[in-house]
Design a protein around this ligand. Structure first.
Ligand code: ATP
Length: 897
């Protein structure tokens, strides 16, 4: 019991359910008397596992969970005030962490800002586009802070910002301010004055509203970007230099407002999403952050009326975050004197500007729940607490979508989620829903134990009536929810089928719509309540006449073996054989995903049953006898690794039954992407191929490590269930019987080695045409380079092509086009990997290569010296080994040696 108590404390602490960690709630959740809980608590404190919060009511928290949450050791048994402790351990956010959505909707934008500003030797120019108020200036400022925190700038480097729109009518003045001027350059130029380029030397210059920059000024600017040199206005002789990183921003389309020459010099264009595109959860975080600032400024606790909050949340704010911010500030000013007896400031719907009030639709007004005032801190904490949304949203959903150990992690999460079981009274409507769900789960042999029934019903009902708040909070995780449902489909098909059937039935009968989050929660609840194994790769179905003949045998065997090996279908005596088989087919439809099916039937001839079956892609073994002893024996064998033939042959010997096996399982088709340039490239290549495949294709594409491919071929358990069509990559692994398609062939559209030839049998002509078109579109060299590298592909290719030219001269050899293309792609990715410190460190027989190919190594070193210097990297010998593999396969090279 002590262990259970600790597990619960740990789970609740991890889920930040801090208010519930009292003796009273733990005692009611575990149905244990309070004195017992107190007794165990003392023990757990002695064991150093929990810490006591000495406020009233006393609370107890898991040390480990606190340490994990806040990344700081908890070296005490008592914390006098939890809020004060929290404040002391929560570190100030650093640079991008200040940006709401930095790990959500803006995650990839932030990564790209970091990569751009860090790009050696002195960053790349960056263009931020997006509607007004979306945060472009803020992101520019934070990019500067990031560079500063990572010592990418000179210590004295500053962030200098200029809003070009202020000079829209005076381009001369803008030029003068940017580049500086000398005395007498224009009327009023009384002394030599440095420009912003000089002030920002060693730091960042941010040019906002850059569409206001006149053509002439744009020209001057791109000349500066080329040479890092410029003239002050009025002096065309003296050159000034500045090491400044440039960030541009505009609300307009750069293609329409900037000179092509300037655009070309800005390799990274990032679009900042609108407030609407950021989802409600992030909007709530913004509302929280903006009100929090007002609370600190006004030194007053602020609370919001539910209608105010709902209206603020639903208004689309054309000026985005900027608009939200000014509305909140204006509301606070309006409500300055709306102070209640607790000295708290109350903000209500009528404090909102008329435009927002007028915008409210009937729908929004209807949604406004009759709930309590909302405190600002609650927005951050409690809002997300329904179903430990924090847990779901921050860790669990992401983890579950990615994890290799799906069942184990899902069970862990389900245990943490479905702890308390405070019963609430269900309405007649809810009872009807519950009865439906119960029927469906029973059909899948998922019966709730009596003692768990109350808790199950409560959890189920709370999922069905999941509060709007939680749905909103998880709105931007839709994609991940779908992935998790997919994981259920692959790994626990029974649960997946039950969830889908429930979704459909509730919609059809009670008009209840289930959202993806509800389906996921339902799946997790089933996992916790019915911890049977997932539908395994092989399964058995008992089919017999009689009200419960088949199911009683199934229950008995499953209990005996403590595993769910058999499902059962009971047939009424009056049912005809055709009807029975029809019912079997309906049932089998839900079993998609299994590989071997054992059917134990008490009816008809095997031939007839077999003929009527409509399940495809499964090896089916049918045996025409059914009794307990045989079911038990086959059930035991199903859990072993015996083959279908052996199992049925043994059953035949024991019972003199006859059986029949139909091998109609088809293997899935697979394309493998494997690149000598590393897994990162293979992954990206995979996504380009997946994008090119026709919609609804059942062909799978997997990435695979090149070295493992060389060592093991495709003898990998992951490929067991597949028929490998071909490998696509940058370098031929030369494995017998394995077709290889070189990336350069795809780029060059070599017709004798095209990918579509392997797909012909599986697609109609129209689909095949669609695929060919996609390939031409997606596999142009520039597209591939864009997909494979985040760096400026044009520049990178230029450098790499020069170096490869030099190498050919050194070798007195002209490599074929294919080899050159392969090398372009490979070496470009190689440079990027080195820049990112992700070089490959192994090459087979590196010693032998070093002795035998001394000359080649030296030639590469010489040819690539400029590339190495420009990007500040060193190409290791192992990498040269991989380059050599390209060269040695080249037909022109082979002619020479
Ligand atoms: N992701 C965010 N997290 C927190 N605050 C933000 C975020 N994005 C913007 N803000 C705040 O919103 C306000 C408007 O942002 P900002 O001025 O950077 O927008 P902008 O796109 O540059 O607008 P404009 O195009 O009108 O110049 C600022 O006060 C900024 O601090």
């Amino acid at each position: 019991m002590k262990d259970t108590l600790y597990k619960m404390i740990h789970a609740w602490t991890s889920a930040e359910r801090f208010d519930e960690l009292t003796i009273a709630s733990l005692s009611s959740a575990l149905s244990l008397p309070k004195n017992k809980i107190t007794f165990f608590m003392q023990d757990l404190i002695k064991d150093g596992k929990i810490v006591r919060i000495e406020e009233k009511p006393l609370r107890f928290m898991s040390k480990k969970a606190l340490e994990e949450l806040y990344g700081t050791p908890v070296n005490t048994d008592k914390i006098p005030r939890f809020d004060a402790w929290l404040a002391s351990v929560q570190k100030e956010p650093m640079d991008f962490e200040k940006l709401v959505g930095y790990d959500g909707s803006l995650a990839s934008l932030v990564e790209q800002c970091k990569a751009t500003i860090s790009y050696p030797p002195s960053g790349l120019p960056l263009m931020l586009t997006g509607e007004t108020g979306t945060g472009k200036s803020f992101i520019a400022q934070l990019t500067f802070e990031y560079a500063k925190n990572h010592s990418l700038l000179k210590p004295e480097g500053r962030f200098v910002s200029i809003n070009c729109s202020e000079y829209a009518n005076n381009p001369e003045l803008l030029s003068a301010n940017l580049f500086g001027y000398v005395k007498g350059a224009f009327t009023g130029a009384n002394q030599d004055t440095p420009g912003l380029l000089e002030l920002a030397d060693g730091g960042v210059l941010f040019l906002d509203e850059v569409h206001n920059l006149k053509g002439e000024c744009q020209e001057k600017l791109f000349q500066f970007m080329d040479q890092a040199l410029y003239h002050r206005m009025g002096d065309n002789k003296t050159w000034y230099s500045s090491q400044v990183r440039l960030i541009f921003a505009t609300t307009e389309d750069p293609n329409q407002v900037l000179l092509k020459t300037l655009q070309r010099r800005i390799p990274m264009h990032l679009k900042v999403p609108t407030l609407l595109q950021r989802g409600s959860l992030e909007k709530i975080q913004m509302i929280y952050m903006l009100f929090k600032k007002e609370e600190q400024r006004l030194k007053k606790r602020i609370k919001l009326s539910p209608s105010f909050f709902q209206l603020l949340l639903s208004y689309p704010f054309p000026e985005n975050i900027g608009g939200l911010k000014s509305t909140i500030q204006a509301c606070c000013v309006q409500a300055l004197f709306q102070i209640d007896e607790k000295d708290e400031m109350m903000i209500e719907a009528h404090n909102l500007p008329a435009t927002i009030l007028e915008h409210a639709s009937i729908d929004t007004l209807l949604k406004i729940q009759d709930s309590d005032w909302i405190y600002i801190d609650e927005l951050d904490r409690n809002f997300k607490n329904e179903y430990s949304t924090t847990l779901l949203e921050q860790n669990a959903i992401h983890k579950l979508a990615q994890t290799e150990d799906f069942r184990e992690d899902a069970l862990h999460i389900a245990n943490a989620l479905f702890q308390s079981s405070n019963s609430n009274k269900a309405s007649a409507f809810e009872n009807a829903a519950f009865t439906l769900v119960e029927k469906i789960t029973q059909h899948y042999h998922m019966a709730v134990l009596k003692q768990e029934s109350d808790s199950f019903q409560h959890q189920l009902l709370s999922i069905l009536s999941l509060p709007l708040k939680t749905r909103i909070a998880l709105e931007n995780k839709k994609q991940e929810m779908e992935t998790i449902l997919g994981r259920f489909k692959n790994e626990d098909f029974r649960i997946y089928s039950a969830v889908l059937e429930i979704q459909e039935t509730l919609k059809n009968t009670l008009n209840i719509s289930m959202e993806p989050i509800q389906n996921v929660l339902l799946g997790l609840l089933f996992l916790k309540t019915f911890p049977t194994q997932s539908i395994p790769k092989r399964m058995g179905i008992l089919l017999a006449h009689g009200p419960s003949s088949a199911s009683s045998i199934a229950i008995c065997v499953n209990e005996w073996l403590e595993q769910h090996v058999f499902d059962a279908i009971d047939m009424p005596y009056f049912m005809s054989q055709e009807q029975c088989i029809e019912q079997l087919n309906t049932y089998l439809k839900k079993m998609e995903g299994i590989e071997e099916l054992f059917l134990l039937v008490d009816l008809g001839s095997l031939e007839e049953v077999w003929k009527g079956l409509k399940i495809k892609n499964v090896n089916i073994g049918i045996i025409n006898t059914l009794h307990l002893k045989m079911a038990l024996s086959i059930g035991q064998d199903l859990l072993s690794s015996k083959s279908m033939e052996d199992i049925l042959e043994k059953a035949k010997q024991e019972t003199r039954a006859s059986y029949r096996i139909e091998y109609n399982r088809e293997k899935k088709k697979l394309i493998i992407c494997s690149c000598a340039s590393g897994m990162g490239v293979a992954e990206k290549l995979k996504s380009v191929i997946v994008d090119s495949l026709p919609s609804e294709s059942s062909i799978e594409v997997l990435s695979y490590d090149y070295n493992s491919l060389l060592q093991n071929g495709i003898h990998n358990p992951n490929f067991e269930n597949y028929e490998v069509l071909c490998v696509v990559g940058t370098l031929n692994p030369n494995i017998k019987h394995l077709h290889f398609i070189a990336l350069d062939d795809l780029i060059l559209q070599e017709s004798n080695n095209s990918l579509d030839q392997y797909l012909e049998p599986y697609f109609s002509n129209t689909k095949l045409e669609e695929f060919k078109k996609n390939i031409i579109k997606n596999f142009s060299l520039s597209n591939i380079m864009n997909a494979l590298t985040i760096l400026n592909p044009t520049k990178l290719l230029e450098h790499v092509a020069d170096a490869i030219d030099r190498l050919q001269k050194e070798m007195h050899l002209s490599l074929s086009n294919n080899t050159c293309f392969g090398l372009y792609v490979h070496v470009s990715c190689l440079v990027e990997r080195l820049v990112m410190n992700r070089g490959i460190e192994s090459y087979q027989d590196i010693g032998g290569f070093q002795t035998e190919q001394k000359n080649f190594i030296e030639r590469v070193k010489r040819s690539f010296s400029d590339v190495e210097a420009f990007y500040g990297v060193q190409i290791p010998v192992e990498e040269i080994g991989y380059m050599f593999d390209y060269v040695k396969n080249d037909k022109n090279y082979q002619k020479c040696v």
